[in-house]
Design a protein around this ligand. Sequence first.
Ligand SMILES: NC(=O)C1=CN([C@@H]2O[C@H](COP(=O)(O)OP(=O)(O)OC[C@H]3O[C@@H](n4cnc5c(N)ncnc54)[C@H](OP(=O)(O)O)[C@@H]3O)[C@@H](O)[C@H]2O)C=CC1
Ligand SMILES: Cc1cn([C@H]2C[C@H](O)[C@@H](COP(=O)(O)OP(=O)(O)O[C@H]3O[C@@H](C)C(=O)[C@@H](O)[C@H]3O)O2)c(=O)[nH]c1=O
Length: 283
Amino acid sequence: MRIVITGAQGQLGTDLRQVLQGHQLTLLDLPTFDLTHQDCGRVIVEAVPEVVIHAGAHTDVDGAERNPALAMAANAEGTERVARAAALVGARLIYISTDYVFDGRGTRPYVETDPTNPVSAYGESKRAGEQRALACCENTLVVRTAWLYGLHGRNFVKTILQLASERPCLKVVADQRGCPTFSGDLAGMIGKLLAHSARGVLHVTNAGDCTWHEFATEIVRLSGRPVPVEAITTADMPRPAKRPAYSVLSADRLHHLGFTMPSWQDGLQRFMKALPAVSSAVS
Ligand SMILES: NC(=O)C1=CN([C@@H]2O[C@H](COP(=O)(O)OP(=O)(O)OC[C@H]3O[C@@H](n4cnc5c(N)ncnc54)[C@H](OP(=O)(O)O)[C@@H]3O)[C@@H](O)[C@H]2O)C=CC1
Ligand SMILES: Cc1cn([C@H]2C[C@H](O)[C@@H](COP(=O)(O)OP(=O)(O)O[C@H]3O[C@@H](C)C(=O)[C@@H](O)[C@H]3O)O2)c(=O)[nH]c1=O
């Protein structure tokens, strides 16, 4: 299959490249491919793909709060350009979106049809990306995922491991709940979804949920370091961008399609086992 991947050098993009290596891949990312450039769709049209997996995005949540125009330019306008290009060549578009499209006031797992109401500029720009993808390309699947961490790239797990090696004690918020997701598992599921014609919005995360504090506690436990992890509140850790207090995504639709994802604990264990080999290869 001819597949274009945007954000191909990113955390998820790197895993997608590995999972999809049997396909004819066109890999796009900064600096040669810039979503904020008006003509960025041209290279997609020229590749005449059957599928475009649009993982490229401005993902700095606090940075987006400081510069919302840049987040909109990449995540909303850029996504529209990608979607128009996909539509022009009759390709299917798989757009990767986020749990941060929800405001977090929910009390049960969010289903795909629940109303969105982002509380951050990043979430706002990704929601606009979803809307434009669905409007500009008829054959679109929006894959909403959450709390991604992978072997390649910066993420919460690596930050916690780093802090645990430097500090006597960690402080982590215990009033935000979501679904940590290993990007290798997400890439694998996207590979399976290529053979399925699902459209619309689909939630894909590792199974189960936890708070950032519970997640950090498990990361530290698996690391074998005896570092205490103190539970704090969001108010104790002011950040430029608001995060949803509850952004657990329901797996019901995924299950109805016949798929399941491993638990977040299982994903984290496999990540931790694989990390030393990757770290020593890059250092
Ligand atoms: N990380 C997470 O926790 C979650 C991510 N998502 C979504 O999943 C997708 C993949 O995320 P992830 O792999 O973690 O993110 P990364 O930031 O690792 O990868 C995104 C890639 O997009 C590139 N990019 C940024 N701006 C532009 C631009 N203007 N033009 C072209 N490319 C650009 C980045 O380049 P550079 O590094 O040089 O900026 C990077 O290579 C994104 O759409 C994100 O919104 C959804 C839920 C959770
Ligand atoms: C590192 C650290 C973070 N935190 C808190 C801050 C914040 O509320 C929460 C998560 O922190 P981060 O900034 O690492 O994560 P954040 O950038 O909010 O992660 C989000 O990224 C985007 C791209 C998404 O799409 C989301 O699904 C989500 O994964 O943990 C602590 O309490 N203590 C700490 O030591």
